[in-house]
Design a protein around this ligand. Sequence first.
Ligand SMILES: Cc1cc2nc3c(=O)[nH]c(=O)nc-3n(C[C@H](O)[C@H](O)[C@H](O)COP(=O)(O)OP(=O)(O)OC[C@H]3O[C@@H](n4cnc5c(N)ncnc54)[C@H](O)[C@@H]3O)c2cc1C
Length: 564
Amino acid sequence: MTSNGTLDARDRGATLSRLATERFDVLVVGGGITGAGAALDAASRGLRVALVEARDLASGTSSRSSKLIHGGLRYLEQFDFKLVYEALRERDLLVSKLAPHLVKPVSFLYPLYKKVVERPYVGAGLVLYDAMEGTRRPVPHHRHLTARGALKRAPALSPDRLAGAILYYDAQVDDARHTLTVARTAASHKAVIATRVSAVEVLRGPDGTRVTGTRVIDEETGRSFDVSAAAVVVCAGVWTDLVHELAGVQAGYRVRMSKGVHVVVPRESVDATTGMILRTEKSVLFFIPWGERWIVGTTDTDFAGDRAEPAATEEDVEYILAAANRVLARPLTRADVIAVYAGLRPLVTSVDNGSKPTTKLSREHVVDVPLPGLASIAGGKFTTYRLMARDVIDAAVVGFGREVPESVTDQVPLLGADGLAAVQPAAGRLAEDYGVSRAAVEHLLGRYGTLAEELLNLIRSDAGLARPLAEGHPYLRAEVAYAVTHENALHVEDVLMRRTRLFIESADAGASAAADVVAIMGRLLGWGRRRRAAETRRYLDLIAAEQTVIAIDPGPLSGRALAG
Ligand SMILES: Cc1cc2nc3c(=O)[nH]c(=O)nc-3n(C[C@H](O)[C@H](O)[C@H](O)COP(=O)(O)OP(=O)(O)OC[C@H]3O[C@@H](n4cnc5c(N)ncnc54)[C@H](O)[C@@H]3O)c2cc1C
């Protein structure tokens, strides 16, 4: 039996009392893509599941990635064939069946500068890359281009030394929205999902050996209580070592943090009709089309600061701009930068390879069971979350002493995917029926799939919700209301940073929309005048804090650093 997967922020009290009173088979700690995936995997096997997330769903690494669902061309060079093979299979499954509304094909131009060696070398890699795909082939094959063909698709490239290019295909996703949709799909299979609830202690049974749940704190009220579960599954990304410490265990691996920074620039600052990938000294640099913008990155450096607020530095931004400008005819300057965001890769390492550069550490995942009843997972990639989830739940249920069905998530489309093919052609009719523009319907279909009709129904009952949230951006006010009533948004940043992406897409980080967001949220959540003022201030303070991160020389820097 499934329900509709609604995560209504107004029901938070009831959700927390379920956490405190029910006994679960699996308690997942962490609401990034790995934890959301684990909750879905376990719930769709018929288990009783709860998930606690210390902040907001996807507020860690899972909203700060390059947003690619890809095999990872560069891992071929590291002979990580298994990882590339698995990731490509997952990419194809997501594009064609599990999440076609969220995961969409995107092309990348790989410019070539060395006439003789480079084309056969990169070409051979791409033949292998394409060959590793499944047979259904939801994205096209790669193609070789002349220098002229490359410049036609990307006039932004400098023609100097350009010998030609190869065009290949991968896929992209709004990482935060995908994570949220996985969590909602888990909820549709009866998982209890609670945000701003932190695991603060790992509980053990009377004999002291077996884990029996965790003590948690409700971060909104400071109240603590216990959650009972037959197995605790740690999906805490770069916080994993800290959760192991709470349990008083040393797992068989450690997590090493590697920081990756991206800058966001307007679409018109780089004239190209395709994404681009450039080889850099240590790794690669992507130009990723993102609506009316480009996301450009990334970096890969060791990190030891605050996990919750990884900061971009001046050097990070300079490095990205310099790497981009090596190939652009018109260089990008600091004035082009709308936003900067940083994320932390949770890379697995043993004590032995602690000094290895982070670019060389494997992106494969590791599962461990350091205590009976405690399973943990780290490493991996966003792309392979479904396999990670399957593996950690397989490990968690070993001690159950009863048969647990195998993972079925390769057959479970995410909410909004089912029936999409029949709804997409009806965009024009829906626009007429609900009295909104076709562009608005297409925008909603591209973000919510078939659930778009739930938002259209909100608009039908309150026409004001059809108005745009911010000038020049496609988001509608209905998305704010829906974020509260269906997507568990509790604070303004949940809406502006993750349910929508105004934080990285607008030059003012969404500040000018904050008052309207507070008004809509406040109406639904019963916020009084004081609370509304506090919520607005909280968001503006958050932006101000982010703006100080790299604004060492605020003069030439028109953008800002952020973490969302
Ligand atoms: C710059 C960058 C670019 C990337 N690009 C790509 C890409 O293009 N494609 C790709 O496939 N992968 C990419 N990745 C990797 C991918 O983003 C990560 O592997 C993935 O998001 C990790 O998800 P996670 O759920 O393991 O961790 P997280 O998303 O960090 O989730 C962990 C969660 O646990 C919560 N938590 C921690 N402690 C507790 C506690 N005690 N109680 C409750 N909750 C707790 C945290 O608040 C957090 O939300 C990229 C990573 C980075 C940094």
